[in-house]
Design a protein around this ligand. Sequence first.
Ligand SMILES: C[S@@+](CC[C@H](N)C(=O)[O-])C[C@H]1O[C@@H](n2cnc3c(N)ncnc32)[C@H](O)[C@@H]1O
Length: 118
Amino acid sequence: MSKIKITSNFDPSADFILHEGNVLDLLKEIPDKFVKLVVTSPPYNLGKPYEDKLEIEEYLEQQKIIITECVRVLDDSGSICWQVGNYVNNGEIVPCHALKKQMSTGVSYGKQLVYDIE
Ligand SMILES: C[S@@+](CC[C@H](N)C(=O)[O-])C[C@H]1O[C@@H](n2cnc3c(N)ncnc32)[C@H](O)[C@@H]1O
């Protein structure tokens, strides 16, 4: 029986890569157009325990840096699933996917899936 190869850094011969660290460090190790699908669930910028709530411009700028790297590693026929929340400011609710144009990542946007957590 063959063993499953798990590494913590990029290795094209690995079955799985489990990288505990900054996603940007891992992305920088991955060659251009290497992946077919990116599924990312970045911080929602809602002031959750694991995040500092940022001004929306700063949050989008951070996201843009990561999405730009995701686009670089993505195959031309690939897709990115970007799971984000709402930007809430003085009671006004703006879904982050509605702000995607401000990020100018060069990605064309397809379908959107909206769900609520009760
Ligand atoms: C919205 S949560 C993801 C929740 C996860 N999808 C789940 O269902 O449990 C965002 C996570 O991204 C992590 N995170 C934030 N910036 C990161 C980065 N640059 N690299 C890796 N992880 C990061 C946060 O610590 C947090 O755990």
